[in-house]
Design a protein around this ligand. Structure first.
Ligand SMILES: CC(=O)SCCNC(=O)CCNC(=O)[C@H](O)C(C)(C)COP(=O)(O)OP(=O)(O)OC[C@H]1O[C@@H](n2cnc3c(N)ncnc32)[C@H](O)[C@@H]1OP(=O)(O)O
Length: 283
């Protein structure tokens, strides 16, 4: 368990709390008012603000999580928490006083993901598990499951629909044990997806595979027309060749536009053929 130099009990009306960026950064006026209204050591004044205390807890827990995973830089810090991310903090008083026992940071990501057929799909607002840590003294006691279940309930997510950012061996084992999630869908980025991720009915859309097949058929039929016409009238063959080239180029442009310029909507999922190993995530 992790102790801090201040009492954390007032931060935890229940054992797990949800922390969002707006509860971390105190407004300047709030800080100013606080400094003048409290008769405490100026060095420690800011630590009496709940938002500052939460920030400190996040920084310390983020660092411990990074150490546990062998990462050079913490994934979680108060400063790095963005509007589409949430941190769940868990605490208890098993040691006779309230102490922090775990952290779980989640968020949504717009990702390009490979489905089971190897077709690349654009998946907006994908639930993502970003950082998960239970203090060493409390691991393998069901604390992680408790925290994860709470998060799923609050977020309205199901485990199968979560992408996991660079899971550790322990987290892979955790997902297997508690949710039977073992079989993964290979991705070209750091995220792990489990089979079943694409199972729900998703917005039907033209995949790029289909569009490119259409392009090929159109090219073949244009080429056929061209051959017939060049036999009939050799003088017009050049013009037709240029026409084919123009149409192919238009189709390519429209494909390119679909790849990178589509509006970011919840339901839209676009299937794009991409080379494996290439990272498609965009922020
Ligand atoms: C996206 C990411 O955040 S990746 C990084 C994940 N975090 C880490 O690896 C940091 C260190 N590990 C931890 O903090 C914890 O082990 C967590 C968060 C992964 C799991 O929390 P716990 O409280 O241990 O989970 P809980 O008790 O509910 O479940 C235990 C199961 O998790 C897995 N697990 C936990 N610890 C280990 C371990 N040392 N070795 C192998 N599997 C482990 C096992 O499946 C275990 O079941 P078992 O004991 O029957 O083998």
């Amino acid at each position: 368990m992790v102790d801090f130099g201040f009492d954390i009990k007032h931060l935890f009306p229940q054992p797990i709390i949800r922390v969002q960026p707006h509860s971390l950064r105190p407004k300047i006026t709030q800080l100013h008012h606080h400094h003048y209204s409290l008769n405490v050591n100026p060095q420690r004044r800011h630590l009496t603000l709940p938002s500052c205390q939460l920030s400190q807890i996040l920084d310390v827990m983020g660092k411990l999580s990074a150490d546990a995973q062998g990462l050079r830089h913490p994934v979680t810090t108060a400063d790095k928490l963005t509007a589409d991310q949430v941190v769940y903090l868990m605490a208890d008083e098993a040691a006779g006083h309230w102490a922090i026992t775990g952290l779980l940071k989640v968020g949504t990501k717009d990702l390009f993901l490979f489905d089971q057929e190897g077709c690349c799909r654009r998946a907006n607002q994908t639930p993502a598990i970003l950082d998960f840590y239970v203090h060493e003294s409390r691991q393998r006691c069901g604390q992680g499951k408790l925290l994860f279940e709470w998060m799923l309930e609050q977020q309205g997510w199901s485990p199968r629909k979560c992408s996991v950012d660079r899971p550790s061996k322990k987290l892979l084992a955790f997902m297997g044990k508690h949710y039977g999630l073992v079989r993964t869908i290979p991705q070209g980025n750091n995220f792990v997806l489990y089979e079943g991720f694409f199972d729900d009915p998703i917005t039907k859309c033209n995949s790029v595979c289909e569009l490119q097949a259409t392009s090929r058929v159109r090219s073949q039929s244009l080429a056929k027309d061209q051959t017939q016409l060049s036999i009939r009238n050799g003088a017009h063959a050049g013009r037709f060749r240029r026409s084919i080239a123009n149409q192919e180029s238009e189709l390519e442009t429209s494909l390119h536009g679909r790849r990178w310029n589509e509006p970011r909507t919840h339901a839209s999922t676009t299937c794009i053929q991409g080379s494996r190993g290439r990272r498609f995530e965009h922020n």
